[in-house]
Write a protein that binds this ligand. Structure first.
Ligand code: FAD
Length: 302
């Protein structure tokens, strides 16, 4: 059954553990319920596991759908049929048991299928676009369900046809490759080990990489050269082992995070004349100090 809350405290939904009160939040538990909500035209944004978002600490005058309870999947031969709310690590582990390769990269981060397809998530030389066959979406302009092939999804770096917010991912089909169970497990273990060394765990709130990599370079490398590791702003801090992660180390507010991001952005712009663009998505209302800083960092991007 769909659960709908008004004036909902959002912070514990996000991996950043930051956020104020949201006007309305709905949690559908099936694709039918999700479609019914979308047909009402009353919702501003659809989220999955909120692992790539920064919610404003102020009141958020928006209506949000969170799909994390839409959790169905079936494997048939080498195909995976999956709804938008299922989390990547669950699928990695299930595919491994069946000797199916292609999802090992999902083991180390908490995205849902909807979020991963929207962001064209990738890691460890694998990407969601490598395994996707087709996706069913709800077109918010035409109010109908459509089926897109992989080509129609228009995948680019951290971008897809879903990124504009005009289509909502309902479910998807993936094609995987048969491989040795132990080999798949070994690759997953390597991916987990890599993260333990270089990335923060969720002990401290964070939303993964803060900025996208500029062409032919790495945001982490540039930020490191600008000596950003360990820099703090209020309760937010740049991770000491990797300069492209911002941690909520002590009750950070969204303004703390965005002010720190703005310092990171400005330092790289001054030193290298490169404008880093946020990978994380900000969800808040216009007119605030943090919104102004966010606008500068996202100017002329789509
Ligand atoms: C510790 C950590 C490590 C991470 N490592 C990686 C990594 O290695 N590689 C990587 O790519 N990402 C990484 N991330 C970022 C994040 O997990 C991914 O971007 C993930 O794909 C986001 O999924 P989500 O369900 O949490 O999306 P959300 O944060 O809920 O939403 C992200 C975007 O997707 C959209 N969206 C969500 N669901 C739908 C839907 N059903 N239809 C249409 N649009 C939708 C939202 O509107 C929003 O624009 C990491 C995050 C953390 C916290």
């Amino acid at each position: 059954m769909v659960e709908i809350f008004e004036n909902y405290e959002i912070k514990n939904e996000s991996t950043f553990k930051i956020g104020g009160i949201v006007k309305k939040v709905a949690f559908p538990s099936s694709i039918d319920e999700l479609v019914q909500l979308l047909q009402t035209n009353q919702y501003d944004i659809v989220l999955g596991n909120c692992s790539n978002v920064l919610f404003s600490s102020d009141f958020i005058d928006k209506s949000i759908i969170i799909t994390k309870n839409i959790n169905e999947y079936t494997f048939k031969e080498n195909k995976l049929y999956v709804t938008c709310g299922v989390k990547g690590p669950v699928l990695s582990r299930e595919a491994q048991k069946l000797g199916l390769s292609g999802l090992e990269f999902m083991i180390g981060f908490p995205g849902s299928i909807g979020g991963m397809i929207s962001m064209n998530a990738s890691a460890h030389n694998q990407a969601i676009q490598d395994v996707l066959v087709s996706a069913r979406v709800f077109d918010l302009k035409e109010n109908i369900i459509k089926e897109f092939t992989k080509e129609q999804m228009k995948f680019e770096y951290r971008k897809s046809i879903l990124s504009k917010g005009e289509n909502v991912l309902l479910d998807a089909v993936f094609e995987l490759k048969r491989d040795d169970i132990d080999k798949i497990q070994e690759l997953m273990n390597r991916n987990i080990e890599f993260r333990k060394l270089r990335q923060p765990s969720l002990k401290y709130g964070n939303a993964g990489s803060t900025f996208k990599n500029p062409e032919n370079d790495s945001a982490g490398r540039l930020l490191d050269l600008c000596e950003m590791k360990g820099q703090k702003q209020g309760g937010a801090m740049v991770f000491e082992n990797h300069a492209n992660f911002v941690l909520n180390y002590c009750n950070a507010t969204s303004l703390d995070v965005i002010t720190l991001m703005y310092t990171m952005y400005s330092k790289v712009r001054e030193k290298y004349r490169i404008e880093l663009r946020p990978e994380i998505k900000y969800i808040g209302d216009r007119g605030t100090e943090e919104y102004k800083l966010w606008q500068i960092m996202t100017e002329n991007t789509h």
